[in-house]
Write a protein of this length. Structure first.
Length: 248
């Protein structure tokens, strides 16, 4: 059986265009739950997908309750993005692909876009940047600061994420207080644990599939900052699988 062109291209580029791999090991999630990664099973699943040329789909749900979201809950398709503010490929996606995605699909009510954090251990500013972005969510300014952190990615080390955020309009006193709250770090650890549980190790990684609920999601796993036209074809392919009665 011949696969659609976007999936063939995806398989060729998914490991080449991703930012990096998460360090091996377990991460403590919110509430103190320890998630263990079965490395042998994960490796075998990767080998099986390579041999069969079958794109990976999640077999159980991501939890997306209270994550930053852009778009309508009624959108037929949901995209969950795992990203790292210091990853150059995440910045490339934000600069070259996200504006087109927002204009063509999110703003038209076709896609709900959800952010999850996956700061990689070799990016020294990534976790702090994720904490600052999470605190901006409490001030109702997540997407503003999300964009500012990517726009000034080269300045994360020299200025620091907090300064970038306050210059962009965040209240400094509220930000400083928020960063002391252990719940912020716990949410990020929970995202990391969940990524490990699903064998998601690279940034950016997208999970694209039909909207099934406000608080959970599953779908096709797409790794790397693909060119817009290729990413668009994958979205259109997934939309075609959804009954017309479920689309606006």
């Amino acid at each position: 059986m011949q696969l659609p062109d976007p999936f063939i291209s995806l398989l060729k580029t998914q490991h080449l265009r991703a930012c990096g791999l998460l360090a091996v090991g377990s991460v403590l999630g919110a509430g103190g739950t320890l998630v263990f990664q079965n490395l042998q099973q994960a490796s075998q699943e990767t080998i099986n997908r390579t041999q069969t040329n079958t794109p990976k789909r999640l077999t159980f749900d991501l939890l997306v309750k209270e994550e930053p979201v852009l778009g309508e809950q009624s959108a037929p398709l949901t995209i969950v993005a795992f990203s790292d503010y210091q990853c150059p490929y995440c910045q490339q996606f934000q600069k070259d692909v996200f504006p087109e995605l927002k204009q063509d699909f999110i703003d038209r009510g076709l896609v709900r876009f959800i952010h999850k954090d996956l700061p990689l251990p070799f990016h020294q500013q990534a976790e702090t940047a994720a904490e600052v972005a999470r605190c901006s969510h409490r001030q109702g300014a997540f997407w503003l600061i999300h964009q500012a952190l990517y726009d000034q990615q080269n300045c994360l080390a020299c200025k620091g994420p907090s300064e970038i955020a306050t210059v962009a309009g965040l209240n400094k006193r509220e930000l400083d207080q928020c960063l002391k709250d252990p719940a912020i770090a716990n949410v990020i650890r929970s995202n990391q644990s969940e990524a490990g549980l699903h064998n998601i190790t690279a940034t950016p990684t997208f999970v694209i599939g039909p909207t099934i609920a406000a608080d959970r999601h599953r779908g096709l796993v797409v790794e790397g900052a693909l060119p817009w036209q290729q990413f668009k074809r994958i979205i259109e392919s997934e939309l075609r699988k959804i009954p017309a009665s479920n689309q606006p």
